[in-house]
Each structure stands twice: as C-alpha cells, then as structure tokens.
Design a protein around this ligand. Sequence first.
Ligand code: SAM
Length: 285
Amino acid sequence: MSSTANTKIAMTDEQFAKLERIIYERSGIHFQASKKYVLESRLGRRLSELEMENFDPYITFLTIGPYRDDEFQEMFNRITINETSFFRNEPQLDVFESNVLPKLIEARSDTKRLRLWSAACSSGEEPYTLAIMLHRTLGIRLPDWHIEILGTDISEKVLHVARSGRYGQYSIRTTPEVALSRYFTEDGADHVLNPDIQSMVTFERHNLKDRLAAKRHGVWDVIFCRNVMIYFDDQMKEQVVGMFNEQLADDGWLFIGHSESLRNLNTSFQQAPYPQGFCYQKTRV
Ligand SMILES: C[S@@+](CC[C@H](N)C(=O)[O-])C[C@H]1O[C@@H](n2cnc3c(N)ncnc32)[C@H](O)[C@@H]1O
C-alpha cells in the first residue's frame, strides 16, 4: 500500500489553475476556484494509487505522459457529476411524449425513421426513458419503424452501468409505478430493464468537444442534452449548441435541462412555446 494512501494531498492554487485549464481544454468542464476541494479530494485518491506525493507529477503525467489519454479517461470517471434518474423532470418529458413525439411521428410517416441522441446521458436512465416513451407511443406500430436511440457520455464508467441495464433504487426514484411494473424486472435489490427496451438503445463514449465524431453520427430528429451545460462556460456552450444545430434535422428538437438556458448565447435556436418543455427548434429564416 502507498505511504500516501490515507493522507490528504493538498493542491496549491497554482496546481489547481493548471489542472483546471487541462480539464477545460479537454472537456469544456469549467471548475470554479470554489470547487478546488472537489478536485483535491477526488484526484488525491488517484495520486495515492499512482504513489505520487503531490499534484506536480500528475500534471506532467496528464500533459506529456505516454498514457495520458488513458489517464484522462480515468480522471473523467472520477471528476464528472453523474446525477440522473429515470423519468427525470416528468413535466418536461410529458411535453416530449405528448406534444413533440406525435408531431415527429406524423412528419416521418413516410420514412418511418426516427433518430434520438441523448448526449451526456450518464448511466443511461435518460435514453432508456425515451425508449420507453417511444415503445408505449408506437405500440403495435413499433416493428414498422426504424428507431435509433444513442446514449453518449465522456465517462466510460457510467456507460458500463448503462450497458448493463441494471439499476438500484436511486435510479428509479422518479419512475411512475406503472412504468416500473411494465418495463422492469426485479432482481434482489435491483431493477433490470426488460430486453425489448434495452435493445432499443446503444451507447458510445463521446466528448461533446468532439465535433467531428458528432458529424460521423449524422443528423438527429431529437437531441436531449440535459444537466451538463451548467458545467460549461458560455464559449463551450456556444460550441456545443452550434454543433447540435448542425446535427439536427431542420424540424428537429433540442431539449436542455430545466436550470439551463440558451439565453444570451449566440445561437440559431428559438424556444418552443411549451413552458415546461425547455425545448428548442432551429430558427427559421
Ligand atoms: C449530471 S449528468 C446528466 C445526465 C442526464 N443527461 C440527466 O440530465 O439526467 C452530466 C453528465 O455529463 C457528462 N459530461 C461532462 N462533460 C462532458 C463532455 N465534455 N462530453 C460528454 N459528456 C460530458 C458527465 O460524465 C455526466 O455523466
């Protein structure tokens, strides 16, 4: 065991400033100085594992180390905030299911193809919730449709949970009873998503900074990107929202978190007239 295993490793302001910059450049995540303690405690544990005495060698490791890409992955697994749940913010999801989805089903009745991207999906509760909504809305028509739902996140650790389809009590805390009994099977303390819902969603690691990788996925009808832009500054938000604009169909929909806003950003989106929806469409010229 490392000699530093139980010792708190202090981070100087200078080390914090360097790490903050490195993290920002890689991911767009902006750590305010008041959150220094978060990095200090979460990465302090990593330093102990690596048997490093302080943050300087770690910064070098991340900057010029031969395994820096792997270490970035390890670091994001530790520093990201992955809070989520099934049916999170139900009034907003009602807008999606009752107002937006019927419009899209009508608009795509010729191709019978719908593509949904849950960007920064954490452990998958959000894209699986969308799958449940599509499943119950299309009902017996579902086999006639080609539905693609992609969940992406920067952290491989949460995607691992997502792919398992197995969830504890905390993940289902906002799930209506009727959905719980219809789409999950209890297994001990866990709830396992039924295979027909699991099979509707695929997962992939994606960093929202990576515009090229986003292009590779083509055009989406719906993008959900909730509760991650709060960690970005305006410059990063504009980049991400600009990328969504390129990757959305002209009549597509963007859903953001209820405490987020595109106001004051230079974007080509206009808010749709659903107060609970926090959803946007492209500005028509
Ligand atoms: C609070 S969770 C939100 C999950 C879900 N969208 C929801 O609202 O319930 C934020 C997620 O954003 C991810 N994230 C942070 N920065 C990211 C980036 N640059 N690219 C992709 N995902 C990122 C984190 O790993 C985390 O899982």
